[in-house]
Design a protein around this ligand. Structure first.
Ligand SMILES: Cc1ncc(COP(=O)(O)O)c(C=O)c1O
Length: 404
């Protein structure tokens, strides 16, 4: 065995989280899965939870299940708040998709500063964030300003400063960039955004479950995020939404559905929202997916975000070390921050043939990673189930793919 091979065995042996691999169903995928930030793997707890919900709840309780299903969006929201988001209870709810939640919170944020006409976003942010903003700007005759940020580095408050004035209503920014994995300092940006009286919406899709988050302490106004990435909630599992408690009473969200109406079953002629975070609900939540997420979260919470972050940093560090040895000589460029504190849970490598190489990796080496336009290969080890050996093998396979 090569020196590196035995070093990987050692790292895997010393890994504090190694036993969590057994929390996931036997891997029959036939691939080295390094795409946990697109869709997390299926845990036994998620599978058991959804199967119980199917057999015991839907199968037996039928409509009577709603005597307790209504609580799920709030209970899971509170778990996320306490364990992963650094938020007190009553500020997070789980419902709808991240895109729909973005629409709701951007409009709600604007309802707090209705005379302001400008929306501000990062030109390199995830498409859905930019598109939702574009739609809101068009429908409401607002101006949408894009900040031209560096694609592979964290966005800093100074990047925003030249675009901020007292007409800015809402700023939207991902905490971890989907392409580069750059980790943005939301606390610092919130401070700058608040200095002109604007509101900040954070998209935590690539940070939740990968890095510690402190929404309350960082003074973030609103946040949204996916649950099917590092939280392993399953394809289409509903997103979460955070709204600061002190803002909740005054705001209006734009989709008035019966799940947020006061006295839902009086079927009143007009809409009046409930008090609290429940006013962000719209319609019937996906109960089976909520149950899957509830199960999946037990695994994430047991590992704990501090241990997850520590292992994730070591794994991305290893990927970067190997990049220097075997990828840089083949014309790859590191398209992620080199410094750990500036990085989320994934790393990207730029190469002119990134798309083709991603396909070759899967076809010839059974390594599953993402391609992200314009020319990046994205590696996302998920610390709950990815071994150090898998990180090593993934990078070495990429080197072989480019040699061939
Ligand atoms: C930053 C970010 N926001 C939002 C989404 C997706 O939103 P939705 O669940 O509505 O498809 C993604 C998906 O990858 C994402 O990376």
């Amino acid at each position: 065995m090569s020196g590196m091979g035995s070093k990987m065995l050692e790292l895997d042996d010393e890994d504090e989280l190694k036993d969590f691999r057994a929390c996931f169903v036997d891997d029959r995928s036939g691939v080295n899965y390094l795409d946990g930030n697109s869709l997390g793997r299926l845990s036994r707890a998620a599978r058991d939870s959804i199967m119980t919900a199917i057999d015991q709840e839907w199968g037996v309780e039928l409509i009577r299940g709603w005597e307790h299903w209504g609580e799920l969006s709030f209970a899971i929201g509170d778990t996320l708040a306490a364990e992963l988001l650094g938020a007190a209870s009553g500020q997070v709810v789980v419902a709808d998709s991240t895109s729909v939640n973005l629409y709701k919170v951007i409009m709600a944020a604007h309802s707090l500063v209705p005379d302001r006409r400008v929306l501000l976003a990062d030109l390199n942010d995830f498409p859905t964030d930019r598109y939702i903003l574009e739609g809101i700007a068009k429908a409401n005759r607002m101006e949408l300003r894009f900040i031209a940020t560096a694609m592979d580095e964290p966005v800093v408050a100074d990047d925003f400063a030249p675009y901020l004035d007292d007409d800015v209503a809402v700023v939207v920014l991902s905490q971890v960039n989907y392409r580069s994995g750059a980790l943005n300092d939301l606390a610092q940006i919130a401070y700058t955004v608040h200095s002109v009286g604007a509101m900040l919406v954070g998209d935590l899709s690539h940070s939740v479950g990968a890095v510690p988050i402190a929404l309350d302490d960082d003074d973030i106004d609103f946040a949204v995020g996916c649950t099917y990435k590092y939280l392993n909630g399953g394809p289409g599992s509903p997103a979460f939404l955070y709204a600061r408690r002190r803002l909740q009473a005054e705001l209006t969200q734009p989709i008035w559905g019966w799940f947020s109406a006061r006295d839902q079953f009086t079927m009143a002629p007009g809409y009046e929202p409930v008090a609290g975070i429940g006013r962000f609900l719209v319609g019937t939540p996906p109960v089976l997916q909520l149950r899957a997420l509830e199960g999946a979260l037990t695994v994430v919470c047991e590992a704990g975000i501090e241990r997850l972050r520590a292992k994730s940093l070591r794994q991305t560090e290893l990927a970067i070390e190997l990049f220097e040895q075997v990828l840089a000589p083949h014309g790859f460029r590191l398209a992620s921050p080199r410094l750990g504190p500036e990085r989320g849970g994934h790393v990207s490598f730029e190469h002119p043939h990134a798309q083709e190489l991603t396909s070759i990796l899967l076809r010839d080496h059974r390594v599953l990673v993402d391609y992200r336009a314009p020319n990046r290969v994205r590696f996302a080890p998920s610390p709950l189930y990815t071994s150090f050996a898998q990180v090593y093998e993934g990078i070495m396979a990429l080197a072989k793919a480019v040699e061939s």
